[in-house]
Design a protein around this ligand. Structure first.
Ligand code: C2E
Ligand code: MG
Ligand code: MG
Length: 883
C-alpha cells in the first residue's frame, strides 16, 4: 500500500514538473517567463523535513515495523554472498571437519521400525569408533530405552567422545531429557532460535540460568573438538570466547533486526554453501562399511535424521531460492553452527558483525536527508530520476559490499527513509507550488482567494467595517523584463515583495498573484481612507530606486483599491446570504478594474478606488474589441497626418501618420483606445499593413504634387508588427508597389520593442536599413533602454517623449534631461525630434538646443489628408502659431 502511494505521489510530481518546464519554455519565448526558476523549498526546510521523516521512521523501526523487510534482505544477501561471492567457496566439503551420518527415508525402510532400536545406534557408534572420530554427536533423543540393545547403547554412550542432546523446552515445547547416565558436560541442547517468519538466522550458543550454564549441542561438540587441539572455551558476561575468538552476543536491535528476543547467548548465522558444509554418509553406508575410513578420522561426526517423514526440518535463508525449496534437517543446521564456530576459531573466517545502534540510526538518518536533498537540488524530472536511482543503487551496493565483508546493516530502513524523505520534500514543494509564489515566496492567488473568502465570511467586529483589497501593479514590468532580462525581472519582484513586507500595515496579508501584481488584504478597516493612505505609503515605498549593476531604475506602480462593504457594494454573482455582500472573486476583479483605470490614467503611481461605472467602461472596451474586428472591412479606419517642422528653418518637413477610427455610433476614436486592443487580438497586423500602405500611397501622391517640398512620413510600428517574420519583405513590397522613394519613409519603434532580443532586433533593423529607409526611436526616455546598446542600433532619429517636453521651463524642469537627450542623439550621429510641443517657449527652447524637428499642437494637431495637403499647398508661418 505504501509503495502504491509513493508511486502515485512520485508520478504526480513528474507530471507537474513536466508541465512546469513546458510552461517555462513557453513563457520564456514571450519574454514574461518567471515560473520554474526560483526555489519553492529552501535548503533548511528540505533538511528539516527529511530529518523529521527519518526520525519518525526510526521510531517505527524501533517498534519492529520493517523487520520482515530487513530479514528478507538478509536472506537475499546470504544467498547471493554464499552462492557466488561468499568466502571459502573453494574449500571442498571433504576439507570440512564435519561429517553427517544421515538417517534417510531409505534407512528407516531398511530397518523396518521407528523409532530405531537402541541396538541400531549402539552398532552405529561402535562402527564409527573404529575409525577414530574426534567426537561423535547423536542428534537423536534417547531419554527412554528402545529395546533391544539399551545396555549396549548405554555402554557406547559411556565413551568420552560421545555427545548427546536434550531439549530445554523453549518456545512452549516440552522438555526432553538426555539419555540416562550421560554426564552434563557431554550433553547439549538442540533448541534453535527461530525468527517470527520461521527462518533460522541466529545461532543459540548457550544459555545461563543462575549459576547453571547450558551449552548448545553444537557448542558441546565444538568444545570437545577444540579441547583436543588445546583450545578452551570461556563464557563471559556478553560474549563467549573460543581460544582467541570472541563471539559477541547480539542485542534485540542488532543489524537489520529491530526487535527480537535476544535471550541467552545468540550470534548471527553466517551460512556456508551446502557444497562446503559437510560430507554426508547414510546410516546403511556406515553400517556396511562402504566408505573411506579417512572420511571419519578426527572429524566431528553428527548423527541425525534427514528423512522428511521425521519432520525435523527448518527454514533457512536458502529456502526462498528457487532451486532449493527443501527445508534443512536439524542435523544440517547443527553442522552449519559447528562449521561457523570452528572456521572462526581455526581459519579466522569473519563472524557476521553489526554496527552499534547509534551508527545504524545515523546511517538511516543520513540517507533520509540525502533523499530530501536530491529532490531539493534537482528539479528536472530526468535528473531527479537519475539521482534517485543512483542513490538506491549506491545504498544497495554499500549494503551488499558490507555484507560480503561480514557486516550486516539495515537496508529497508535507510531505503524507506531515502524514498519517503524525497516524497515528503516533493509533497512540500507541491504544497508550496500550489499555494505560494516561487519567486517571492508570498502566498499566491489560490491562497489569497481562500484567505479573502474567509475574511469575507467572518462576522465583522465593527458594524461599519469593510474589507479592503489593495492591488499594486508594477508599471511596464513586461518592458522591464524585455529590456533587462528575466533575472532582473525576478530581482525586481523579490525586492518589491521585500519592500511591501517591510511597510505593510500590522494585520494586513500580502500575496503575489500574477507576474507584476501584488495584493494587500486589509480586514475590518473602519474608514476607507485608511486603505487609500496605506496604498500611498506602499506605492511610495515601491518607487524607491532599484539598483541594477551600475544602473539605477525608478520603478512605479499603479494601484487599485476595492472594498467589500457599501463603498462599492456591487455584486456580479449571487452571493450566499449572511456574507459581506460580495464574493472574493468579484472583489479582486473590482480591484483589477481599478488598477486598469489607474493605468489608463497614465500609470506612474496612480491610485484608483473601484467605482461602479468602471465596470461599464470595461464592457465598453469589450464592445470595442468586437467592433474593431470588422472596422477594416467596413473601411472605418482613417489616417491623420501631424506635421513635423524643421526647427531651424521653421518649414514643414514631413508628417507622422496617426490612425483614427471613425466608429458609426461612437464617433471618432483615438488610437489610445484601440491600439492596445488591436495588439492583444493580433488585429494590429492587418491594421498596420493598411496604415503603411495608405501612408505610402498618400506620400507618393504628395511627392507628385509638391515635388519641391518632398515631405517624409513617419509610420508607427508596434512590437507585434516588428516581430513579424516577413516584415522586411512586406515593406519592400509596399514601397515597390507604391513607388515611394525609400528615404521618405521613417519607421517609429518604441525602445522596449527593439530592446527585446537585442541581437535579433539589430539584424532586422539592418535589413530594414538596407532598404534605405529611416528608423526612429519613439517616446525616447520612457522605456528602459539600455544605453550601452543604443550605439549598436542603426537608428536615424531619437524622438523625445512628450512628458519631457511638457516639463520644460517649469520649476523642477526637465530642461537638463532634454538637453542631455539632444546631446546624446547628436553624439551618436542621430537627429532629434521633440514631440508634444504646445507652446512657443517650448519651441524656442528646443530650437536653442539645436533639436532638429518639432511636432505638437503648437504647430498643428493631426489632421485628415485633405487638410494636410492644404498645409503643404499653403504653408503657414509655423513660428507664429498653430498651423
Ligand atoms: P505616438 O507615436 O507617440 O504619437 C504621438 C501622439 O501624441 C499622437 O497621439 C498625437 O496626437 C499626440 N500629440 C502630438 N502632439 C501633441 C501635443 O502637443 N500635445 C498632446 N497632448 N498630444 C500630442 P495619438 O494620435 O492619439 O496616438 C497615440 C499613440 O498611438 C501614438 O503615439 C502611437 O504610439 C499609437 N499609434 C497611432 N497610430 C498608430 C499606428 O498607425 N500604428 C501603431 N502601431 N500605433 C499607432
Ligand atoms: Mg509615433
Ligand atoms: Mg511618441
Amino acid at each position: 500500500m505504501l509503495s502504491t502511494w509513493v508511486t502515485a505521489v512520485f508520478f504526480k510530481f513528474l507530471k507537474s514538473r513536466l508541465q512546469t518546464s513546458q510552461l517555462f519554455s513557453a513563457q520564456k519565448s514571450t519574454g514574461t517567463g518567471r515560473l520554474g526558476s526560483g526555489q519553492s523549498c529552501s535548503l533548511p526546510s528540505a533538511i528539516a523535513i527529511s530529518s523529521v521523516v527519518s526520525v519518525l521512521l526510526l521510531c517505527l523501526a524501533y517498534l519492529g515495523t520493517f523487520q520482515a523487510m530487513e530479514v528478507g534482505v538478509f536472506d537475499l544477501l546470504t544467498r547471493m554472498s554464499t552462492g557466488r561471492f561468499g568466502p571459502n567457496t573453494s574449500t571442498q566439503a571433504n576439507d570440512s571437519p564435519v561429517v553427517i551420518v544421515a538417517i534417510t527415508e531409505a534407512d528407516i525402510k531398511a530397518q523396518q521400525q521407528w523409532p530405531l532400536s537402541d541396538q541400531v545406534f549402539a552398532q552405529l557408534l561402535d562402527q564409527l569408533q573404529t575409525y577414530s572420530p574426534s567426537v561423535v554427536g547423536l542428534d537423536i533423543y534417547r531419554d527412554v530405552p528402545h529395546e533391544p540393545g539399551s545396555a549396549a547403547l548405554a555402554q557406547q554412550l559411556g565413551y568420552e567422545n560421545v555427545v548427546t542432546i536434550k531439549k530445554l523446552g523453549l518456545q512452549g515445547d516440552l522438555e526432553v531429557l538426555p539419555p540416562p547416565n550421560v554426564p552434563e558436560q557431554r550433553v547439549g541442547f538442540n533448541d534453535f532460535v527461530i525468527d517470527p517468519d520461521g527462518v533460522i538466522r541466529r545461532n543459540f550458543m548457550f544459555a545461563a540460568l543462575g549459576n547453571q550454564r547450558f551449552y548448545s549441542f553444537s557448542l558441546r561438540l565444538s568444545e570437545q573438538f577444540l579441547a583436543q587441539k588445546g583450545i578452551a572455551i570461556t563464557p563471559e558476561r556478553d560474549a563467549i570466547v573460543l581460544g582467541d575468538t570472541r563471539f559477541e552476543r547480539i542485542t534485540a536491535h542488532a543489524g537489520g533486526y529491530q526487535t527480537i528476543d535476544a535471550e541467552g547467548y545468540q550470534i548471527l548465522m553466517r551460512y556456508f554453501a551446502s557444497g562446503d558444509l559437510a560430507r554426508v554418509l547414510t546410516l546403511s553406508q556406515v553400517l556396511s562399511g562402504d566408505f573411506d575410513p579417512e572420511w571419519i578420522r578426527e572429524k566431528i561426526v553428527l548423527i541425525g535424521t534427514t528423512a522428511p517423514s521425521e519432520k525435523d526440518l527448518f527454514y533457512t535463508p536458502f529456502n526462498a531460492a528457487k532451486e532449493q525449496v527443501v527445508m534443512a534437517p536439524g542435523v544440517v543446521i547443527h553442522a552449519q553452527l559447528i562449521r561457523q564456530m570452528l572456521s572462526a576459531v581455526l581459519d579466522q573466517r569473519l563472524l557476521l558483525r553489526v554496527w552499534p545502534q547509534a551508527g545504524e540510526w545515523a546511517w538511516a538518518w543520513a540517507w533520509g536527508v540525502t533523499g530530501g536533498l536530491i529532490i531539493w537540488r534537482f528539479t528536472h524530472p530526468r535528473s531527479v530520476l537519475i539521482a534517485l536511482t543512483a542513490g538506491f543503487a549506491a545504498l544497495w551496493i554499500i549494503t551488499g559490499a558490507l555484507f560480503v565483508a561480514a557486516v550486516w546493516i539495515p537496508f529497508a530502513l535507510p531505503t524507506i527513509a531515502f524514498g519517503l524523505s524525497g516524497i515528503s520534500v516533493i509533497s512540500y514543494k507541491e504544497f508550496r507550488r500550489t499555494f505560494y509564489d516561487a519567486i517571492t515566496g508570498l502566498p499566491n492567488r489560490t491562497l489569497l482567494m481562500q484567505n479573502l473568502e474567509k475574511l469575507l465570511n467572518q462576522p465583522s467586529r465593527l458594524p461599519s467595517s469593510t474589507v479592503a483589497v489593495i492591488l499594486l501593479d508594477i508599471d511596464k514590468f513586461k518592458a522591464f523584463n524585455e529590456s533587462f532580462g528575466l533575472q532582473a525581472g525576478e530581482h525586481l519582484l523579490r525586492l518589491t515583495a521585500e519592500r511591501l513586507r517591510q511597510s505593510l500595515p500590522p494585520e494586513a496579508k500580502l500575496a503575489h498573484i500574477t507576474g507584476d501584481e501584488f495584493v494587500v488584504l486589509m480586514g475590518a478597516i473602519a474608514r476607507p481612507e485608511d486603505a487609500v493612505g496605506w496604498a500611498k505609503v506602499l506605492s511610495q515605498k515601491l518607487s524607491e530606486p532599484v539598483e541594477l549593476g551600475s544602473q539605477k531604475m525608478f520603478p512605479t506602480v499603479s494601484t487599485g483599491i476595492a472594498y467589500s462593504a457599501s463603498h462599492a457594494a456591487v455584486s456580479y454573482s449571487d452571493n450566499p446570504p449572511g456574507r459581506r455582500g460580495i464574493s472574493a472573486e468579484d472583489l479582486l476583479r473590482n480591484a483589477q478594474t481599478a488598477v486598469s483605470r489607474a493605468k489608463e490614467r497614465g500609470r506612474r503611481g496612480h491610485c484608483e478606488v473601484f467605482a461602479t461605472d468602471m465596470r461599464a467602461q470595461m464592457s465598453y472596451r469589450v464592445g470595442l474589441e468586437a467592433d474593431l474586428r470588422s472596422a477594416l472591412e467596413r473601411k472605418e479606419l482613417v489616417l491623420y497626418y501631424q506635421p513635423m517642422i524643421c526647427l531651424r528653418t521653421m518649414t514643414l518637413s514631413g508628417f507622422e501618420a496617426l490612425v483614427r477610427w471613425q466608429h458609426p455610433q461612437k464617433g471618432l476614436i483615438l488610437p489610445g483606445q484601440f491600439i492596445s486592443i488591436a495588439e492583444d487580438t493580433g488585429l494590429i497586423i492587418p491594421i498596420g499593413q493598411w496604415v503603411l500602405e495608405t501612408a505610402c500611397i498618400q506620400l507618393q501622391r504628395w511627392h507628385g504634387l509638391f515635388a519641391q517640398q518632398a515631405p517624409f512620413v513617419s509610420v508607427n510600428l508596434s512590437g507585434r508588427q516588428f516581430a513579424q517574420p516577413d516584415l522586411v519583405e512586406y515593406i519592400a513590397h509596399i514601397l515597390a508597389k507604391t513607388g515611394l522613394k525609400h528615404s521618405a519613409l521613417k519607421l517609429e519603434l518604441t525602445e522596449s520593442v527593439v530592446m527585446d532580443k537585442v541581437e535579433e532586433s539589430i539584424k532586422v533593423l539592418l535589413r530594414l536599413k538596407a532598404l534605405r529607409l529611416k528608423i526612429g526611436i519613439d517616446d525616447f526616455g520612457t522605456g528602459y533602454s539600455s544605453l550601452s546598446y543604443l550605439h549598436r542600433f542603426p537608428i536615424d532619429t531619437l524622438k523625445i517623449d512628450r512628458s519631457f517636453v511638457v516639463g520644460m521651463g517649469s520649476p523642477g524642469s526637465t530642461d537638463e534631461l532634454v538637453k542631455t537627450i539632444v546631446a546624446l542623439g547628436h553624439n551618436l550621429g542621430m537627429d532629434v525630434v521633440a514631440e508634444g510641443i504646445e507652446t512657443a517657449a517650448q519651441s524656442q527652447r528646443l530650437t536653442d538646443l539645436r533639436c532638429e524637428y518639432g511636432q505638437g499642437y503648437f504647430f498643428s494637431r493631426p489632421v485628415p489628408a485633405l487638410a494636410a495637403e492644404a498645409l503643404l499647398a499653403d504653408e503657414p508661418d509655423w513660428g507664429e502659431s498653430e498651423g
